[in-house]
Write a protein that binds this ligand. Structure first.
Ligand code: CS2
Ligand code: MG
Length: 409
């Protein structure tokens, strides 16, 4: 099964997506997601200029060998652009192998370890009534676990609050990337956030009770001691997890946070390899692995990270915002169904235009996802439809503190 054709498809239905499409000499098609939010064209160039020429004529069955070749022969390893490019190849090859076998991909990953995949959705609000409304809307959509993000009094716009973005009113949840020539500037104040957030969770628990799994994304903004303080102040509200409480580069930061709080910790959506997790996993400093298949080099390395985490009772919490395309989401769902140490799956639903470009066989019902039983990943791209939506420049926002200092967004 030789790779005959390799195309990099860029489309922007509701937002930008980059998809690698491999076609073999016997006509099978495999897809891989290579979308890197706000830096999409860098991965397109890496694929088109440096990877595609190496794939043509190669044996599509040799997934591990191809992965090692692309990772080691590049000499310059790791990093979001490289690993998104390699991920697209890896996932497309797994799609091809499963199609050649006539099986849904999870069957090649050891088969199903469960019947359905618990998902969580993104509720947010500028105040408690708006937040309660958003939580009820998610429950009406079927979600059984809810991420809670809230506005902070005195701040213009912050991460995660749908009503404060460009897509407010168009989407029920928060789309971070905004179509514009430059990144939008937002403001931030950690002390105001630390004062306000516990009062929000107190209100949510009083309104929705003790059982509803609640998650929160700190989005990389706190110092270790601030994160420790927040983790502690949220303990009475029994969070499912507190995510990305500190900037991800400093693995040691979690040691301090861990020493002060029992609030479960999730991290990893900006990680690209197992090395980013090494200390965090072996020293039991996190409870959930948050990587996306698309940003961690693909299914092959992601399975290895989750197998490593399993030795420490650390579970999966795969990243699933809208900037992970339906192809990347499907790859995550096949892993979610197969691995034993599954925790939860993030699921932001894509828009209508996106769903017209990507034909999906995965399903979401009653709060649970399922990859379906089509051979392969179960997602196909409609190239004509994709061609209707040319790329549009879009950036993620950035933060400045009151004194003008750039801060983590
Ligand atoms: C977020 C993402 O879903 C999440 O947990 O952290 O929305 C993140 O902001 C985007 O993926 C950035 O592209
Ligand atoms: Mg996050």
């Amino acid at each position: 099964m030789k790779i005959d054709r390799a195309e990099v498809i860029v489309t922007s239905p509701d937002r930008n997506f980059v998809t690698l499409r491999l076609t073999t000499d016997d006509g099978l098609v495999g897809l891989g997601d290579a979308t890197l939010n706000g830096r999409e064209l860098a991965v397109v160039a890496y694929l088109q200029e440096h990877v595609v020429p190496l794939l043509l004529g190669s044996d599509a069955h040799r997934i591990e060998d191809t992965w090692q070749f692309l990772y080691r022969s590049a000499y310059w390893r790791r990093g979001p652009v490289t690993m998104a490019a390699i991920a697209a190849v890896d996932v497309a090859l797994w799609d091809l192998k499963a199609k050649a076998a006539g099986l849904p991909l999870y069957q090649l990953l050891g088969g199903a370890s469960r019947d359905k995949i618990l998902a969580y959705g993104h509720a947010s609000g500028r105040d408690l009534p708006e937040l309660f409304d958003s939580i009820r809307k998610h429950q009406a959509l079927g979600y059984r676990a809810i991420r809670v993000q809230t506005a902070i009094p005195g701040l213009k716009a912050i991460y995660g609050v749908a009503a404060q973005t460009q897509t407010s009113g168009k989407r029920y949840d928060y789309e971070p990337a905004q179509r514009s020539a430059r990144p939008a500037e937002e403001d931030w104040d950690t002390r105001a956030y630390l004062r306000h957030l516990p009062t929000v969770f107190e209100g949510v628990r009083a309104e929705f009770g003790a059982e509803l799994p609640l998650l929160h994304d700190g989005h990389h903004r706190m110092t270790p001691i601030q994160a420790a303080k927040l983790g502690k102040s949220l303990e009475p509200y029994d969070l499912f997890w507190l995510e990305d409480c500190t900037p991800a580069e400093n693995q040691e930061a979690l040691r301090l946070v861990r020493s002060h709080t029992t609030t479960p910790l999730a991290i990893g959506e900006v990680f690209n390899t197992v090395w980013d997790y090494q200390t965090l996993i072996k020293d039991q400093l996190i409870d959930y692995v948050r990587s996306a298949v698309t940003h961690t080099g693909g299914i092959s390395p992601m399975k290895k990270i989750l197998d490593y985490a399993a030795q420490y009772q650390i579970k999966s919490g795969i990243h699933g915002p809208t900037d992970i395309s339906p192809v990347g989401m499907a790859a995550a769902l096949h892993l979610d169904l197969a691995v034993h140490n599954f925790g939860i799956q993030e699921y932001m639903q894509h828009g209508e235009a996106t769903n017209s470009v990507f034909e999906q066989s995965f399903s979401f019902s009653d709060g649970y996802l399922n990859p379906g039983n089509q051979p392969g990943l179960g997602v196909e791209i409609n190239v004509d439809e994709a061609g209707k939506y040319p790329y549009q420049t879009a950036y993620l926002p950035f933060n400045r503190l009151a004194d003008g200092t750039v801060h983590d967004w």
